[in-house]
Ligand binder design. Structure first.
Ligand SMILES: Nc1ncnc2c1ncn2[C@@H]1O[C@H](COP(=O)(O)OP(=O)(O)OP(=O)(O)O)[C@@H](O)[C@H]1O
Ligand SMILES: [Mg+2]
Length: 252
């Protein structure tokens, strides 16, 4: 069954076409890796799927519903959540308070200073459950400024879980991380998140993408170069020529 379909989707900035026309289908149950060189349009693709950019042309359907051009907060309520390539957190607050703010806005109390005892308790419980899930509960009382880069990336994942997403889009969840820290994220994705979320992951680490993905979407200069299984992608001549070059995964 189709989860997301995008048909002839285009996006230009200042008259310069940076994405599309792109057409493809992501089926339910597929974990999708999105790859492509810098500037290929990967983040733009996420921005289009999550309403941060409106397509100039084309249609995006989520579970058969037209979500083209819908505002980000409404798309989140449909169940699509995302992390950001550049992590933005409340630096001077604790890890727990960051997640609490996320949960609070999910419950519709965004920006409210005074909440009753029961509501506060529910928010705190939910935030703690999320921190348990991503294994950050031990550092819950630390200020964000004091935590490691790896913990920040995981906290960013935690923030996207506050929306209870059906579909989670991760934009370079492992960028800038050392190998040991990458493993933490890979474990979370493979052992935990995959149980109840559909995942779409942008990542430059090709080994991680080939390990994590059932399907790989290859973008190049804003166009869909290929969409297929890791085996199909590593044998795809166009992909090898345009992107993987001599370092094709099959040859590695
Ligand atoms: N808001 C914007 N205004 C103008 N140009 C933009 C904007 N957002 C993206 N672009 C351009 O669109 C193209 C695709 O950018 P995008 O960020 O989607 O690439 P990417 O594949 O995510 O790259 P990277 O691997 O470096 O993150 C780039 O040429 C970029 O400069
Ligand atoms: Mg990007």
């Amino acid at each position: 069954m189709t989860l997301i379909s995008f048909v002839e989707v285009c996006k230009s900035f200042g008259g310069h076409l940076v994405f599309g026309p792109a057409t493809g289908i992501i089926r339910r149950g597929e974990r999708v890796g999105v790859v492509g060189p810098n500037g290929a349009g990967k983040t733009t693709f996420f921005n289009l799927l999550t309403g941060f950019h409106k397509p100039d042309e084309g249609t995006i359907l989520y579970k058969g519903q037209d979500i083209t051009g819908i505002a980000p907060d409404r798309i989140m309520r449909y169940g699509i959540s995302r992390s950001f390539q550049v992590v933005s957190l409340f630096e001077e607050m604790t890890v727990l308070d960051n997640v609490r703010i996320g949960v609070q806005s999910k419950l519709g109390f965004k920006g409210r200073l005074f909440l009753n005892f029961e509501t506060n308790r529910r928010i705190k419980e939910k935030a703690l459950a999320i921190l348990e899930r991503v294994r950050l509960v031990d550092i819950k009382d630390q200020l964000v400024t004091a935590i490691s880069h790896g913990d920040r990336k995981i906290l960013d994942l935690a923030m996207s879980l506050t929306m209870d997403p059906d579909v989670l889009l991760l934009d370079e969840p492992m960028s800038g991380l050392a190998k040991g820290e990458r493993v933490r994220i890979i474990e979370l994705i493979t052992e935990d998140f995959r149980k109840d979320m559909k995942l779409i992951i942008v990542e430059h680490d090709m080994d991680a993408v080939f390990t994590l993905s059932d399907k790989i979407l290859v973008l190049n200069q804003g166009a869909v170069l290929a969409l297929g299984t890791p085996g199909e992608i590593s044998n795809n001549q166009h992909v090898q020529k345009a992107y993987l070059g001599e370092r094709s995964h099959a040859a590695a």
